[in-house]
Write a protein that binds this ligand. Sequence first.
Ligand code: S3P
Length: 449
Amino acid sequence: MSGHDTPIPMTARKSGPLRGTAEVPGDKSISHRSLIFGAMAVGETRVTGLLEGQDVLDTAKAMRAFGAEVTRHAPGEWSVHGVGVGGFSEPADVIDCGNSGTGVRLIMGAMATTAMSATFTGDASLRKRPMGRVTDPLSLFGTQAYGRKGGRLPMTVVGAANPVPVRYTTPVPSAQVKSAILLAGLNAPGQTVVIEREPTRDHSERMLVGFGAELTVEDAKEGRIITLTGRPELRPQTVAVPRDPSSAAFPVCAALITEGSDIFVPGVSQNLTRNGLYPTLVEMGADITFENPREEGGEPVADLRVKFSALKGIEVPPSRAASMIDEFPVLSVVAACAEGITIMRGVKELRVKESDRIDAMARGLEACGVRVEEDEDTLIVHGMGAGNVPGGATCAVHLDHRIAMSFLVLGLATKKPVTVDDGSPIATSFPVFETLMAGLGAALERTPA
Ligand code: S3P
């Protein structure tokens, strides 16, 4: 699916205490990877708990177009008959990755070292996002890419017939860039090395090892050095996708700002490359307890009990930014409901997400009566204290699921309701958001046109 034909305006209004259990769906990052790595293994990979959001469904469709057999057996239960590393066949049509930067960038990497071409496109949001960050390093393998001005989609990628291995230091902290290079390195002879100065989510590294690739990680002065030996035979796996900590952030933050709330959120990732939001909330004074720590689907997880809390603003350490990059929109909502100022620095990557998230949050918060300051790399929110944010505005979502969910969370605790102009992008990552939040007692509704 490309584009969201019919906008779905939605409104959130002041809600009573949120109570109950929030079982959020599968992790988006791991869901994409299970389909892509499964397609590059020889034999049948079984996946349970797959996120059936539109982003992941678009990746499933793409893997079929490259020759893998991808089958849905039951909700969340899928299988992938992979074609092996280097075994992709040339797609007969354009690959439409919809709204998903992760989908398009990882798939470009996966086909970049096989002699074929593929043309990629996406929705209006994805067509604005930079692909050069991926096609530049892929060109070092011998891959060519022809896109629109500024490295934008639609773009045709011509895979390298005789790829050479690559050593590359990522100029931006990006797990998508890192993963695209590792995926391309799978079909290059010798060792491909990616160096990242700041650690980013490490699902690709963990899963590649699980699928039988030879991969080492070394923490050195120059950063995290990831070395992958090319041309492995990937062995099919059974992947149990854990719940998505980025989706869990919405009910967690909603409970923190909605008076009297007390909710239980099971199976939230404690992976240090993903969980930066939680120490941040705790520093702000959040009443969160982490119960029953264990491992699920190869990831450390805990069950969270979250209670409404009087929060105070803090300065978020920039070194934590990569581990909570998708959580800044909802953190800025929590910050608006805290006492004092919250400073988020080192966040310029937010400008190239599904929308310019600094701009989208700043404009929407201002419309709701919150004072905000921003520069290229910084967002500062002047908190008003619990229950004091006026609200009463319609916020523009810019085809961005996390912007939509963030403002709907805000509306649960503002004096007047908050409307988003389009809730339809929520289906890309959290298709059950409305029912899950309503089950906790959130007053959310689709606004009549
Ligand atoms: C993702 C990486 C992050 C994140 C995105 C998912 C991934 O993007 O924002 O939602 O699965 O690799 P970047 O790698 O561009 O930071």
